[in-house]
Design a protein around this ligand. Structure first.
Ligand SMILES: Cc1cc2nc3c(=O)[nH]c(=O)nc-3n(C[C@H](O)[C@H](O)[C@H](O)COP(=O)(O)OP(=O)(O)OC[C@H]3O[C@@H](n4cnc5c(N)ncnc54)[C@H](O)[C@@H]3O)c2cc1C
Length: 255
């Protein structure tokens, strides 16, 4: 949706893509999620032959690409990764563990973040394409999530994985900013807007149920407590307008 038209994408802006994501959240959309999520944003930094090898096929849907940023000790703090990539001739040798990687076992290649220069802190992190089947690169275990069970989430192990210089994505040292600029956009649409769609669906299902389920001779939706719960949820819907801000209890009371 959001990739530029000149690489085959839909060219949608942030608001448009959030509206689509919200509608997808309304559905049971594991496969749509897979199709959207299988092109992590940093891929846009492909240069030269990488565009033909990864970017264009990914946007066409011919290959699936994963994102390997998170580690057991580095979640929100993406700069705290311990995975390393050390120079070896013209290429690199990567060692480390990634976890919670969506469809890590399904995708054809994973963009892996690794420390290339420990002296440079946040500017010493780079990203690499590591293809499925590369010696030393394997799925260590499948990690079961509370939700999104239509997709897999995996721990990935990298032991002395050799990659060539052509596997470096973009500039050396630019890895963290590549990752975070994508994650910030993804959290807005893929997480935030999608959650709004899911919450709206849950409210609709609960409202239907309250009208159908009968106790004490009438639908439970006629009981004041149930009505209050549903009304309260309705007022919390962020897309109903800025005046109904999340957590603004005084407004909900007056409404
Ligand atoms: C369904 C799913 C799919 C995922 N897919 C991928 C993927 O494909 N690739 C990938 O690399 N990662 C993936 N992740 C991992 C995801 O990026 C991390 O879960 C996320 O970065 C948070 O890290 P964490 O889970 O370790 O939580 P933590 O960083 O340990 O955070 C725990 C809690 O502390 C809060 N917190 C942390 N820091 C602060 C702070 N400074 N101030 C206030 N509160 C704070 C957080 O908001 C959270 O509530 C996925 C996660 C999930 C749930």
């Amino acid at each position: 949706m959001t990739y530029p038209r000149d690489v085959g994408g839909g060219g949608l802006g942030t608001i448009d893509s959030c509206l689509v994501e919200e509608q997808c959240g309304w559905t049971s959309d594991a496969l749509v999620r897979r199709a959207f999520g299988a092109i992590p944003g940093p891929i846009i930094h492909c240069q030269g032959e990488q565009r033909e090898r990864y970017l264009l096929p990914a946007v066409r849907g011919d290959i699936d690409v994963g994102l390997g940023m998170t580690e057991p000790a580095a979640g929100s703090d993406a700069a705290a990764i311990r995975t390393t990539a050390k120079r070896d001739g013209e290429g690199w040798i990567i060692n480390g563990t990634k976890h919670f990687i969506t469809d890590g076992d399904f995708v054809d290649t994973v963009i892996i973040s690794a420390v290339t220069d420990p002296e440079k802190g946040a500017k010493g992190i780079s990203t690499f394409f590591v293809d499925k089947g590369t010696p030393g690169f394997r799925v260590a275990r499948v990690q079961h999530m509370m939700g999104m069970r239509g997709l897999n989430h995996d721990e990935l192990s990298l032991e002395d994985v050799r990659v060539g210089p052509e596997q470096l994505l973009g500039q050396e040292g630019a890895g963290l900013s590549q990752m975070l600029s994508f994650v910030n956009a993804y959290r807005l649409g893929g997480v935030g807007a999608r959650a709004v769609g899911m919450a709206s669906r849950v409210l609709a299902l609960a409202t239907d149920y309250a009208q159908q389920r009968k106790q004490f001779g009438k639908p439970i939706g006629e009981f004041q407590m149930i009505q209050e719960k549903l009304a309260d949820r309705h007022l919390r819907r962020p897309h109903d307008g800025a005046e109904h801000r999340l957590g603004d209890r005084s407004r909900q009371g007056s409404a």
